[in-house]
Design a protein around this ligand. Structure first.
Ligand SMILES: Nc1ncnc2c1ncn2[C@@H]1O[C@H](COP(=O)(O)OP(=O)(O)OP(=O)(O)O)[C@@H](O)[C@H]1O
Ligand SMILES: [Mg+2]
Length: 255
């Protein structure tokens, strides 16, 4: 059974898309196959994976409206191993007009793909609105991405509450798989303190190792629409982190 993982945080810019794509990159190099589901109207992961959000005909918006997922899946620009269910700007209205049916449609559509992928990664938007609820309803696991900063940690309780609410109302299979720390500076007492604080808040075991280092190459890869692993040794510390996180995801989400 494919692992379906929603990557969430209502805070913008923490690295949900970076983590989604970094894990997809690690999976591809390991010879596994993943589907990236873009639930963010900003469509950043779709763009990096080669789709033009303005030209996409079948997007996650149509899957939420009608269900059928087959026509919407495309091969990504990264090549074999990474497929994409792209977002479109039409997704924006779904943030304000959610229904239990829409959430169930995405869930059933992804379940119908059973066996085609080792994992399905859902890149959620920076909100705790309908789209994130839809993503969590369709997922078996939630992964929260945080930055090691004071303001970043303050919102984590609200994210955990939404995971609980979706579990309670829509999706008894949903589990909070863990927290990934992104943008870890090489040397920073402040970041180290926040890391410790996070471990106290969510429990040490819930914080996945390692943290993802802060590197300019992450911006570069997004601009170039390339996978981190395609940079070879230039991206070594990033790809090593994502290889370990991908292995962790496979262990934690094993059913
Ligand atoms: N480890 C990192 N090192 C350096 N820059 C990073 C790192 N991770 C992310 N960034 C940069 O931070 C910005 C936000 O990252 P990203 O788009 O992944 O966050 P997001 O949570 O998906 O944002 P949004 O909430 O808008 O969807 C991007 O410009 C990205 O290149
Ligand atoms: Mg994003």
């Amino acid at each position: 059974m494919a692992r379906t993982v929603a990557i969430v945080n209502q805070k913008g810019g923490v690295g949900k898309t970076t983590v989604t794509l970094g894990l997809a990159s690690a999976a591809q190099v390991a010879g596994h196959s993943v589907l990236v589901v873009d639930l963010d109207p900003q469509a950043a992961s779709s763009w990096v994976l080669g789709a033009d959000p303005a030209a996409v005909e079948h997007s996650t918006a149509e899957v939420l409206a009608k269900g059928a997922v087959g026509a919407a899946i495309v091969e990504s620009g990264w090549g074999a191993g990474v497929d994409l269910l792209p977002a479109s700007t039409r997704l924006q209205v779904k943030e304000h007009s959610g229904s239990k049916d829409a959430a169930t449609r995405l869930r059933s559509a992804l379940q119908a793909l059973d066996g085609r992928y080792d994992a399905i990664l859902i890149d959620c938007p920076p909100s705790l609105g309908n789209l994130t609820v839809n993503g969590l309803t369709a997922a078996d696991h939630a992964v929260i991405v945080v930055e090691p900063a004071a303001l970043g940690l303050r919102g984590i309780g609200a994210v955990a509450d939404i995971v609980d609410q979706v579990w309670d109302s829509f999706n008894p299979d949903l589990e909070l798989a863990g927290v990934i720390v992104n943008k870890m500076p090489a040397v920073s007492n402040e970041a180290d303190r926040r890391y410790e604080e996070l471990a106290r808040i969510v429990g040490k075991r819930a914080v996945w190792q390692p943290a993802i280092p802060q590197r300019v190459l992450v911006n570069q890869a997004i601009a170039d629409r390339r996978s981190l692993h395609s940079y070879g040794s230039r991206a070594a510390d990033l790809t090593e982190a994502f290889d370990r996180l991908w292995a962790k995801l496979r262990r934690v989400t094993k059913v």
